[in-house]
Design a protein. Structure first.
Length: 169
């Protein structure tokens, strides 16, 4: 193969989602994320256990502010994105650091028997949780996890979810 035939893989494609504009001002738009799940979004919704659980616990509305540099209008649907690598990094910090703390604490306390192992695990988890909070706050990750406007989504009457215009995609 020649190098011209090898395509560069996408470096950091954003994780996309659809949101509805609920209010606007000159400098900001307030959006509400549309839930993206199997709960009512596919042909099997009537037979799906996730759909039943979703009905029991309700749906939390996620609202956020976005710079209005795209001339947003109330009621319109837009596609927003967050850096895929930042979502992965934030997930690893949020889940792996406390888990590693728990495991290190449990192994460290194992020499004191079961109570020591349990106490070490609890202390390690707490230390890992605090370390994860410090890591996520200290590196300015919050600003890099802010969503950005990508494009306008399909209208309500159009088929599909608005991300690519195809059903279920």
């Amino acid at each position: 193969m020649t190098p011209a035939l090898i395509a560069d893989p996408p470096r950091d494609r954003p994780v996309e989602g659809v949101a509805r504009v609920i209010a606007v001002s000159d400098e900001a738009a307030w959006l509400e994320a549309e839930p993206k799940s199997a709960c009512g979004g596919c042909a099997s919704a009537g037979h799906c256990g996730v759909s039943a659980l979703s009905g029991l616990f309700g749906r939390k509305r996620t609202r956020f502010r976005l710079a209005n540099d795209f001339d947003a209008r109330p009621g319109e649907r837009v596609v927003i994105g967050i850096s895929q690598s930042m979502v992965l990094r934030a997930s690893l910090i949020a889940y792996m650091v406390p888990l590693l703390g728990l495991l290190i604490g449990a192994v460290g306390g194992a020499g004191l028997g079961d109570p020591g192992s349990i106490g070490g695990a609890v202390a390690g988890f707490a230390a890992g949780f605090l370390a994860a909070r410090r890591l996520s706050a200290g590196r300015g990750a919050a600003g890099r996890l802010d969503p950005v406007f990508l494009r306008r989504a399909a209208a309500d009457g159009a088929p599909g979810c608005g991300l690519d215009g195809r059903p279920g995609g």
